[in-house]
Ligand binder design. Structure first.
Ligand SMILES: [Zn+2]
Ligand SMILES: [Zn+2]
Ligand SMILES: [Zn+2]
Length: 332
């Protein structure tokens, strides 16, 4: 066995430190020495190989035939969360050591007294289950606002393998993030996805309306000079009367999952958004299901909302026949 050299010490240190760095700092570190440059390019390659950084069942690689950008930098969370002082500002990405794949369980507690069902094993979702939602399909059929679903949650007696938790296991379909000429990054299916299948949650930070307004103004400014692609969604849940009853703001701009790469389509695209409530959780999660059969390689898209197109908004490249040419913009 040879003696460890100074270069070995550098690359060992680099392994610990470099995965924590955002791209500009990574580039700066890479310029320090040849050993650092080699370590940084290994980190870059591992980041490009999996946008989900080992936190989902399958890697979702970046594929860029357009330009030299190897990946898009953000903080990954498999599930929406409430930003707090403890919210990450940094997360290792591109480590040589690998994590156990699959979503973290249990999910971060949303801080409510736990309510739930006490079904016997395998009986959840049936007529006797307190978490089964008889109204979900009715609300959907009436076309009043966004459809919703109820699932078992942290207060239920059943465990993670319960049938009534199909959106809680993270992303279980194969996906890739493809760079396109006009749209930038876009999420594509990397396998056949069947109609009705759960694809992914639109994960991000749950914001108060006040904070959403503040960030909207900031993002508009940055987006207008091309410095940012905002991914802040405002979902309004309507009562049958048509009056707004609840507003959910999810910001995936800095913290999110693969869904932050899904582009808007004015015709609704191939994904159907559904608000999913888990027993014991205050906030519904926005989940995306296949609206029809999706072929391997197809781009995934959904409608960001029914807001009127903003004449001063960002251009829309969805190419559907009803597209007004600009993205819808929420009045916040
Ligand atoms: Zn259950
Ligand atoms: Zn149950
Ligand atoms: Zn339950």
């Amino acid at each position: 066995m040879r003696n460890p050299t100074a270069a070995d010490a550098v690359s060992e240190l680099a392994e610990l430190v470099l995965p924590w760095l955002p791209p500009p700092d990574l580039a700066a570190a890479a310029s320090a020495s040849r050993a650092m440059r080699a370590a940084a390019s290994a980190v870059t390659a591992r980041r490009a190989a999996d946008s989900a950084r080992g936190l989902e069942a399958f890697p979702a690689p970046f594929v860029n035939p357009i330009d030299s950008q190897p990946y898009s930098y953000f903080i990954y969370t498999p599930f929406s969360l409430i930003p707090s002082a403890a919210s990450f500002h940094a997360q290792p990405w591109g480590c040589a050591w690998s994590r156990t794949p699959g979503p973290t369980w249990p999910r971060p507690d949303l801080g409510l007294p736990l309510a739930g069902c006490s079904c016997a094993r395998g009986e959840c979702g049936g007529a006797a289950c307190a978490c089964a939602d008889a109204e979900a399909e009715a609300a959907d059929a009436s076309g009043a606002g966004m459809a919703s679903l109820s699932e078992c949650g942290d207060g239920c007696a059943c465990g993670p393998s319960c049938e009534n938790r199909r959106t809680q296991r993270g992303v279980t379909v194969r996906l890739r993030v493809l760079r396109q000429l006009k749209k930038g990054w876009a999420l594509h299916a990397a396998e056949v996805i069947h109609r009705g299948q759960f694809v992914c949650e639109y994960a991000g930070e749950f914001l108060t309306t006040e904070e959403a307004r503040r960030r909207h103004r900031l993002y508009d400014e940055l987006a207008s000079v091309g410095k940012l692609s905002p991914a802040l969604l405002v979902i309004r849940e309507h009562l049958p009367s048509g009056r707004v009853c609840m507003r959910v703001n999810i910001d995936a701009t800095k913290v999110g999952n693969v869904a932050r790469f899904i582009n808007h389509s004015c015709d609704g695209g191939n994904l159907r958004p559904i608000l999913v409530r888990s027993s014991g959780s205050l906030l519904p999660r926005l989940c995306l299901f296949a609206a029809r059969d999706i072929v391997d390689g197809e781009e995934l898209a959904f409608s960001y909302g029914d807001a009127k197109p903003n004449p001063k908004g960002l251009p829309c490249f969805c190419e559907s026949s009803c597209c007004p040419g600009v993205l819808p913009a929420e009045e916040t």
